[in-house]
Design a protein around this ligand. Structure first.
Ligand code: OSB
Ligand code: MG
Length: 384
């Protein structure tokens, strides 16, 4: 891996906690707070080099510790009191090695730094990623994407939203499942849409006592089942995978390239979902990417309902050659209307792709008035 350094030192890092109204709330097995979850809270990181070059990154932690232990509050604390002080005045992020954990906070800072370095060099973020792994990789111009559909009140509503997404041009449908919203719902969907690329995401809601249920799912031709068991577990997944035909994809339990290697070697799953925020940054993401690429492990980029800032970084990562399954990177209108960036991501309906951005830096640019609005919305939310 090529070390990334800026020409000009880091001068200032500003944190912007935001809350953005979601077009559609994504209900998952870990439960949702209807009022709070209609807003997506996050922290945007604005990093300025001494020569004036700026980069933006996104901390994908949410308001509450549902998917991950990190929250907007912990990210503000860790960044303000520890991460930012050790990088200001430096031309790299080596100072972060002194600290453990808080991968989402780390990724927000690292993404902002890499965006600034890319801008400084006149490269796109994707080109900088490719430079970091040795330079000669063939990046995609369009990335294949799918759409994630939350738990709905009824089967009919589920079918209706799938139908709507298919008509929009999405070719891969991911359905959130939980105990009681599982095999029967999936059977209804599969019988209505016999040929679509379909997968399920359990967000850790099941246990090894559910093996009979997973065996039944084998007849539904699912691309994969994402994170059926414990959010920290790899071992029990290695007990489940050999008993079922459907590939298991690990999301929550992969925090490092070593986790990915362990999971694949012991047969805990056959597919990796890579979220840069979950693995603590772009360097670790590239390590996971390279491991999967070299070992023919199918890989895709997961989503955390990012704004246009975080999605810009995910899109650059998804353009890397080892990403070979559709990613959770839907069009802007699936998440926000309007988004916080000027740029809008459109779905190419003819092939269910999104175009990779090749302008210098991150490729998306913050819309100042919408940022101010989203910050005011966060202040309001945090006082409730
Ligand atoms: O498990 O993949 C997940 C969103 C928030 C937290 C966890 C997950 C998700 C998604 C959304 O599935 C994917 C997206 O951003 O489109
Ligand atoms: Mg998931």
């Amino acid at each position: 891996m090529q070390k990334i350094e800026s020409q000009s030192p880091i001068q200032r890092v500003t944190l912007h906690p935001i809350a953005m109204p979601m077009v559609e709330v994504l209900i998952t097995s870990f439960g949702n707070d209807a009022e709070r979850d209609s807003l997506r809270a996050a922290v945007l990181v604005e990093l300025q080099l001494a020569n004036g070059t700026t980069g933006w990154g996104e901390v994908v932690a949410a308001w509450s510790p549902g998917y991950s232990y990190e929250t907007v509050g912990t990210a503000l604390h860790i960044l303000t009191d520890f991460f930012i002080p050790v990088v200001v005045g430096k031309r790299n992020l080596d100072g972060l090695r002194a600290y453990r954990g808080h991968p989402m906070a780390r990724m927000g800072l690292e993404a902002a730094f890499w965006a600034a370095v890319a801008e400084e060099r006149g490269l796109s973020l994707g080109d900088l990623l490719s430079f970091a792994v040795g330079g000669s990789v063939e990046r995609k111009k369009q990335v294949e994407v799918g759409v994630s559909i939350g738990i709905q009140p009824t089967y009919d509503q589920t079918l209706a939203i799938i139908d709507k997404r298919l008509k929009e041009g999405y070719r891969r449908i991911k359905l959130k499942i939980k105990p009681g919203w599982d095999i029967e719902m999936l059977r209804v969907v599969r019988s209505t849409f016999p040929d679509i690329l379909l997968m399920a995401d359990a967000n850790s809601a099941f246990s090894l006592s559910d093996i009979p249920l997973f065996k039944q799912m084998d007849s539904l031709n699912l691309m994969m089942i994402e994170q059926p068991l414990g959010h920290m577990d790899i071992y029990q997944h290695s007990k489940l995978q050999p008993q079922i035909g459907t590939p298991i994809c690990l999301d929550e339990s992969i925090h490092t390239v070593d986790d990915a290697r362990l999971a694949i070697e012991i047969g805990a799953g056959r597919i990796i979902n890579l979220k840069p925020g979950r693995v603590g940054g772009l360097v670790e993401s590239l390590r996971v990417h390279n491991f999967c690429h070299e070992n023919n492990v199918p890989l895709w980029i997961g989503g955390m309902l990012e704004t246009g800032i975080g999605r810009g970084a995910n899109l650059a990562m998804a353009s890397m050659p080892g990403v070979n399954l559709p990613s959770d990177l839907s069009a802007t209108n699936r998440y926000y209307d309007p988004d916080i960036t000027h740029e809008v991501f459109h779905l190419n309906p003819e092939n269910s792709t999104i175009n990779v951005l090749n302008t210098p830096g991150l490729g998306t640019h913050i819309h100042p008035e919408r940022l101010a609005q989203a910050k005011a919305q966060y202040q309001h939310m945090s006082r409730k």
